[in-house]
Design a protein around this ligand. Structure first.
Ligand code: BGC
Length: 377
């Protein structure tokens, strides 16, 4: 376990350097898409359907503008919509795009069933389908672009362990509540599996004690908060650490911790490096987040889409050189899987230096002093 943690830290540190370097020549801000002058009009039509808005600030705040920018930069003509967690709406949006003659369909779905149905329909019309971020289990999409999601989960487990060492040193067993993502999202399973790689040996040895692990339907942040409060009060208001599967759920957990005077005393994990999540880290209410450079995900997706729009399968296969197992369809899906990075308070600067968020988005008011102290500008 010890050598594994060191390896993860080493990977994270190396990545920080690499990302700082590439942040200098890529403009990645979440809302810079409309400054792109390459309109892409006249290029092949590409449809993108994102899954939700409320489950994470990433979809509308990052994925949408960054995909628009990246697809246009490849000379493509994107139509980007959001299904707002509604599978019927997802299906209607997909039908509209298929009828409009898109060459490529890029889908991040609320659940695998709708993703599999849409992919089959699109492919029957000769449209190439890319699963974006979430793999549709039992589906038929030929390509998948995401992060190494099990590694993301391992970073969360690692962050929790670091947080316990900092905030509850020597506490044995430390009592843990896990607030997990949607059971219908394959990523939530992968995050959980990654977390357990780090945490299970500690549960088994008695260093940690699991109070309860609870998946939250639709990644519903509000439901995450009420569920966490029930578990906390059911455990006599005792908790030493919280696994929250993303920044949205972490925010809901922190609201409850505040109510019981526990915020800042209990490490809470997160994911997505959202402005709100980073601010909670700077305040000391959240211990860590996972930085997934969505600009790289959008750029990889756009390159793949450009190859597929030209029917250049050889180029597409060269880009998607990894594989992901679809455990339901029992097939390997050609993949691009990007690395992510563990962000604690001392690393928030990395996210700003990479151009992912601007200092002005996180450093206002009560956080001005800590930003200055950490050299965030
Ligand atoms: C994504 C996360 C996101 C979550 C909720 C997952 O599939 O990988 O980045 O926080 O969905 O939207």
């Amino acid at each position: 376990m010890r050598s594994k943690s060191l390896a993860l830290i080493a990977v994270g540190t190396g990545l920080a350097v690499a990302m700082t370097a590439c942040g200098a020549n890529t403009s990645t801000g979440g809302n810079t898409a409309d400054t792109n002058t390459n309109s892409g009009s006249g290029g092949a039509k590409v449809g993108v359907i994102l899954p939700e808005t409320a489950s994470s600030a990433r979809w509308e705040g990052f994925d949408k503008p960054l995909l628009e920018k990246a697809l246009k930069a490849e000379g493509l003509d994107p139509d980007i919509q959001n299904a707002q967690g509604d599978v019927q709406k997802f299906s209607t949006l997909a039908d509209g795009m298929i009828n409009a003659g898109v060459k490529v369909l890029i889908i991040a779905t609320p659940n695998s069933e709708i993703g599999a149905t849409v992919a089959r329909k699109a492919e029957a019309s000769g449209i190439a389908v890319i699963d974006y971020d979430r793999l549709n289990l039992g589906g038929s999409s030929k390509y998948y672009v995401s992060f190494d999601n099990e590694a993301v989960g391992a970073l969360q487990g690692e962050g929790l362990v670091q947080g316990l060492a900092a905030l509850a040193p020597g506490k044995k067993p430390a009592e843990i509540i896990e607030i997990e993502g949607a059971p219908t999202d394959n990523n939530a399973t992968l995050f959980y599996n990654g977390q357990q790689k780090v945490l299970k040996p500690k549960y088994d040895s008695g260093d940690l004690k699991l109070v309860q692990s609870q998946p939250i339907d639709n990644w519903d942040n509000q439901k995450g908060g009420t569920t966490f409060e029930q578990i906390l009060t059911g455990n006599g208001q005792k908790v030493d650490g919280v696994v929250a599967a993303n920044d949205g759920l972490a925010g809901a957990v922190i609201t409850v911790l505040k109510k019981y005077g526990l915020n800042g005393k209990v490490p809470v994990t997160g994911q997505d490096a959202t402005p709100e999540g980073l601010q909670a880290i700077l305040r000391g209410d959240q211990f860590m987040t996972v930085f997934k450079p969505i600009n790289e995900q959008a750029e990889a997706t756009a390159k793949l889409a450009a190859a597929l729009a030209k029917n250049d399968t050889a180029a597409a296969d060269a880009l998607a050189s990894g594989v992901t197992k679809d455990t339901k369809a029992n097939r390997d899906v050609k993949s691009v899987l990007l690395p992510a990075q563990l962000i604690t308070k001392d690393k928030v600067k990395t996210v700003v230096d990479a151009g992912f968020v601007k200092a002005t988005e996180i450093c206002g008011g009560d956080l001005a002093a800590v930003c200055t102290e950490l050299g965030i500008k």
